[in-house]
Design a protein around this ligand. Structure first.
Ligand code: PEP
Length: 255
């Protein structure tokens, strides 16, 4: 059985003192069992402060982006090595907001994945279709292109360490959540793609999170789908109570 993974994407929210306060609250309210992987992905400027609080807990830290180069004249960018040096184990790559507003492409996503894996970071790679693509019945072809490009020149040993996040763009931050059936259909499709790219064993190892307006009141049903292995949570991860409620739904699904 794949271990569920719940990650909070705080996006561009929380100053360092606010991030410390939220992290303390999450840490205090969470029990100490380890049936579910929990990851916090605050802004870069909060990473050190959050790590100071969680380093002795089972909560992991993740970045929200990285640059594929190791170092150099890339003003404003952060490397995989830098993320590792402040305690990150994970990094979100290819979030739809980066694809939409910061010219992230399938090619840069692949470069970033390779750089993260090279440094021993676990990439959380986001894929998802726009509303017009779903309406034009192009969901599967869009997802296929994104997934194939993400795994280009990545071997199955490396691939097995990765996490994918299916995030229909029309459901992110909109309150419009995919139905559990819609989510399962795409997750199953991704799992089949992974079988075609690698093999069944690899496909059954890679965890696929759902992301897009996941909240305490819809999480249980989404997380009970056979190919939904966790959640990438935006808005609801900024509230300790909601985030923990989602983690608890994931735990009950592991029992
Ligand atoms: C996200 O940003 O990855 C996300 C899923 O956001 P929200 O939960 O707010 O839709």
């Amino acid at each position: 059985m794949r271990k569920k993974i719940i990650a909070g994407n705080w996006k561009m929210n929380k100053t360092a003192p606010e991030a410390s306060e939220l992290t303390e609250e999450i840490k205090q309210k969470m029990d100490t069992s380890t049936e579910v992987d929990v990851v916090l992905c605050p802004p870069f400027t909060d990473l050190a402060a959050v790590y100071r609080i969680i380093h002795d807990s089972y909560i992991d830290l993740g970045g929200q982006n990285l640059h594929w180069e190791e170092k150099g004249a890339f003003t404003g960018e952060i490397s995989a090595d830098m993320l590792k040096s402040v305690g990150c184990h994970y990094v979100i790559i290819g979030h739809s907001e980066r694809r939409q507003y910061f010219e992230e492409t399938d090619e840069t996503v692949n470069k970033k994945i390779k750089s993260a894996l090279h440094e021993g970071l676990i990439p959380i790679v986001c894929v998802g279709e726009l509303l017009e693509e779903r309406e034009a019945d192009k969901t599967q072809s869009v997802i296929e292109t994104q997934v194939k490009a993400a795994f280009e020149d990545i071997d199955k040993i490396q691939a097995q360490k990765m996490v994918l996040a299916y995030e229909p763009v029309w459901a992110i931050g909109t309150g419009k959540v995919a139905t559990p059936e819609q989510a399962q259909e795409v997750h199953e499709f991704i799992r089949k793609l992974l079988t075609d790219i690698f093999d069944e064993e690899t496909a059954s190892t890679i965890r696929i999170q759902y992301g897009g307006s996941m909240k305490p009141d819809n999480a249980a049903e989404l997380l009970s789908q056979p190919d939904v292995d966790g959640g990438l949570i935006g808005g609801a991860s900024l509230d300790a109570g909601s985030f923990i409620a989602i983690i608890n739904h994931a735990k009950s699904n592991m029992e």
